[in-house]
Design a protein around this ligand. Structure first.
Ligand code: PLP
Ligand code: COI
Length: 340
């Protein structure tokens, strides 16, 4: 039985559900893993995660499709990206096939929390790993826990599909060199001050520029950028220091193969912004959220798509992507994992 939740009015917040997955790594091996009702994590005061932030995570979603199935979107890519994050942080990799199995089990165990088709909500899935044994010298932990919890969510940005205003950040995303392309807890902790400041000043997000030259567009605190040119091309920044968004990689395929657009994955100069017709943020949480205005120290760059609604091309991309995710449009081979 579906839980009695006001799905249509959910924001992006944590709601504790009944079940979660946990597997422990000890003596060089992962245990078999299990579903547990215990939402609490008990670790040493000196755990590697608490002292040296040895932790990383992933984010994906489960959906109820038009014909009533529960599915998730490209979990194999989250498995691979978590493995990349683990390698960069000297953590043991959780086997990629077991990751997908664990996602399936966790969603099955929380099936009553998967929002119904058409409700506007989805089930956010958060796999994560952390060093759990005491570490006092600066070195990797020997023991780890891999967990997955789920939480039903609505839109990530308050305005939903309303175009938002973002600002250019004076600071870098502050991910230590080479860690911007992994999902490490410490990377996000270093961006908290910038998001708090942005919100205080009335902006929804920060646009981060490349730290070396501050002339190229990178990403925001929680999503990649997409741009539409006035002649209808899809442009998205290429950089080794941004998170390789699964949504962005999928949209490149949607734009080219479903909508017949020219796709340019390349460096995007900040100077070019004024020439684009539409701008959006893309990610699991963000889906595609339109940007109407970018403010750079008082200088406003307003996209012709305006502040009232999502631009027409962004809307087509949004409808096609969500159509694929919710089973209204046939997906490319391997994109949809049926859970039940
Ligand atoms: N960039 C950052 C910094 C993020 O946190 C996210 C969210 O996961 C993304 C981009 C979008 O990635 P994905 O589409 O894989 O969710
Ligand atoms: C996601 O989209 O999964 C993310 O991790 C973004 C985060 C800001 C919620």
């Amino acid at each position: 039985m579906s839980k009695n939740i006001d799905w249509a009015n959910l924001g992006f917040a944590y709601i504790q559900t009944d079940n979660r997955y946990v597997s422990n790594y000890k003596d060089g091996a992962w245990d078999e893993g299990t579903i547990t009702t215990d939402a609490m994590v008990t670790i040493s005061e000196c755990a590697g995660v608490l002292q040296y932030a040895q932790t990383c995570f992933e984010g994906l979603k489960a959906y109820t499709t038009e014909d009533g199935k529960i599915v998730c979107f490209r979990p194999d890519l989250n498995a691979k990206r978590l493995a990349d994050s683990c390698r960069r942080l000297e953590m043991p990799v959780f086997p990629e096939d077991r990751f997908v199995e664990a996602v399936v089990k966790t969603v099955q165990a929380n099936a009553d929390y998967v929002p119904p088709y058409g409700s506007g909500a989805t089930l956010y899935i958060r796999p994560y790993m952390f060093g759990s044994n005491p570490v006092i010298g600066v070195k990797p932990a020997d023991e780890y826990q891999f967990r997955i919890f789920v939480t039903p969510v609505g839109p990530y940005f308050k305005g939903g599909a309303k175009p938002m205003t973002i600002r250019v950040s004076d600071y870098d995303r502050a991910a230590p060199r080479g860690t911007g392309n992994i999902k490490a807890g410490a990377n996000y902790a270093m961006s908290l001050q910038m998001i708090v400041d942005a919100h205080k000043e009335g902006f929804e997000e920060n646009m981060y520029l490349d730290p070396a030259t501050r002339t190229k567009v990178e990403e925001t605190g929680g999503a990649n950028f997409i741009f539409i040119t006035k002649d209808g091309k899809f442009v998205t920044p290429k950089s080794d220091s941004i998170l390789p968004s699964i949504t962005r990689r999928s949209l490149m395929v949607v734009a080219e193969k479903y909508l017949g657009m020219t796709v340019e994955h390349r460096e995007v100069r900040f100077e070019e912004l004024k020439d684009f017709a539409e701008c959006g943020l893309c990610g699991t949480a963000a889906v595609i959220s339109p940007v109407g205005k970018v403010v750079n120290h008082g200088e406003e760059i307003c996209f012709p798509s305006g502040m009232d609604e999502m631009g027409p091309v962004t809307k087509k991309l949004y409808d096609t992507l969500t159509g694929i995710q919710m089973g209204r449009i046939e997906a490319p081979e391997g994109w949809i994992k049926t859970i039940q």
